[in-house]
Write a protein that binds this ligand. Structure first.
Ligand SMILES: Cc1cc2nc3c(=O)[nH]c(=O)nc-3n(C[C@H](O)[C@H](O)[C@H](O)COP(=O)(O)OP(=O)(O)OC[C@H]3O[C@@H](n4cnc5c(N)ncnc54)[C@H](O)[C@@H]3O)c2cc1C
Length: 401
């Protein structure tokens, strides 16, 4: 068995035996799945993509995507928040290795990340990834971040606001994107990527998180009032986040695996339910033999296979400076997986019928959680469609985040 299969097997066992039984209670209470994170830490998964030389499991992008999709089919909120943590490790890890840095920058980055990774591996530190800002096009990649980092002796003073910060109050560090304060006009290339400690002076969390779906992500508002962050907490050297976002665009499909898992779960639920094998569901009835149900299930399967095929292809094409076609296919993948996941969950409810919508069963949660996927920046369906249309008709446009 290769490492990827072994890790998938562990993810399946964790999901099936622990995360699924807990998912409903976390969802109803809108409570962060701390117990799941203890299990992820015990399995070494907090260091899933941290290179082996730092004590991590050294999984590559494709292995991470496969593991994340597996987790997503059992508990969407755990998979989505785990993505925020793991993406923070990927930006600073294998992605950074692909970027052409000066020797001094590389050496400093090496020192910074070895400390950061030691905290994850030895002390179980969890990272959030709060990029989004209210009333700003920054998370969509169209404007500089409004959160500002002012250079001071030994580090930065961070001021600003973020919203929808998954893992709020539960992360040890918040990987915050800021614009370096300069005399001139703010520019997207001047992005600083900093790990802000959750207990730093001047840092606060506010707002309710009482929402439709993905309730256990606890994605609240963050405020930074001159929070001091040392130089050593830079997750990438100055200016390299912009390059990474531009040259490693597949990083933005790391949200997809969660929703691919949800799509699989909605299909699996439907089959089990009609076969009379879903725990808490009705026994097999005549509907499983109805040609109408069978056609509907076949159509669900076709949609799922379409999403799977595109997903697997896009994941296999993820690399530094992909071709324009590969990048456009990544937009198409994000659109397809995000939209189909909710289509499949909605179809599943229609096909299974009234007894499938009780909270005792997981389908209604899959439906609500899947509805939240297409809301997530930077690659919402609107933005994917916009880029696909524009760039397909202007193939000389070049790479962009
Ligand atoms: C469950 C959940 C968890 C989340 N967790 C995180 C997290 O951990 N970290 C994080 O950074 N964010 C997170 N987000 C936030 C997410 O990425 C978006 O920032 C958030 O949903 C924006 O909502 P909004 O209504 O303010 O969107 P707006 O920014 O008002 O956008 C509304 C719509 O307009 C379109 N739009 C927006 N800007 C542009 C543009 N410039 N050009 C064209 N179209 C545009 C988009 O299609 C978008 O759907 C999370 C969101 C959800 C739903």
């Amino acid at each position: 068995m290769d490492q990827a299969q072994e890790l998938m097997g562990i993810a399946r066992e964790l999901g099936r035996d622990r995360f699924l039984p807990r998912a409903s209670a976390f969802d109803r209470a809108g409570e962060f799945p701390t117990a799941n994170y203890e299990d992820l830490a015990d399995a070494g998964f907090l260091g899933l993509t941290i290179p082996k030389r730092y004590g991590g499991l050294g999984a590559d992008f494709a292995t991470y995507a496969a593991v994340s999709a597996e987790l997503g089919s059992w508990c969407g909120a755990t998979a989505l928040t785990f993505n925020m943590h793991t993406s923070s490790m990927l930006w600073s890890g294998s992605l950074a290795d692909d970027l052409p840095m000066q020797d001094a920058e590389r050496a400093q980055h090496e020192r910074n990340r070895s400390q950061i990774y030691a905290g994850v591996i030895e002390q179980g530190h969890i990272f959030a990834q709060p990029f989004s800002e209210p009333n700003s096009a920054a998370a969509a990649g169209k404007a500089p971040f409004g959160t500002v980092a002012e250079r001071v002796d030994g580090g930065f003073l961070v001021s600003g606001r973020k919203h929808f910060a998954s893992l709020s109050g539960h992360a040890n560090y918040y990987g915050v994107l800021c614009t370096l304060a300069t005399e001139g006009e703010a520019n997207v290339t001047d992005t600083v990527y900093l790990a802000v400690p959750g207990d730093a002076d001047g840092f606060s969390i506010s707002g309710e998180w009482d929402v439709l779906g993905m309730r256990a992500t606890v994605s609240r508002n963050l405020a930074f009032d001159k929070v001091f962050v040392p130089d050593t907490a830079e997750l990438l050297p100055f200016g390299y986040y912009y390059q990474a976002a531009r040259d490693w665009p597949h990083m933005f499909i790391t949200l997809c695996p969660t929703y691919m898992g949800i799509a699989r779960a909605a299909f699996g639920f439907t089959c089990n339910y009609l076969r009379g094998e879903e725990p808490g569901g009705p026994p097999r009835g005549s509907s499983a033999d109805s040609p109408f149900k069978q056609v509907a299930v076949a159509q669900m399967r076709i949609k799922l296979e379409q999403a799977e095929a595109l997903f697997r292809r896009a994941i296999s094409e993820a690399r530094y400076q992909p071709s324009q076609d590969d990048r456009l296919r990544a937009y198409a993948t994000q659109y397809t997986v995000m939209e189909y996941a909710n289509d499949l969950a909605r179809e599943a409810i229609r096909i299974c019928g009234g007894r499938s919508i009780f909270k005792a069963m997981r389908l209604e949660r899959l439906y609500r959680d899947s509805r939240c996927g297409s809301l997530m920046l930077p690659w919402t369906p609107d933005i994917c469609i916009e880029r696909l249309g524009k760039e397909s008709l202007r193939p000389d446009r070049g790479n962009r985040p």
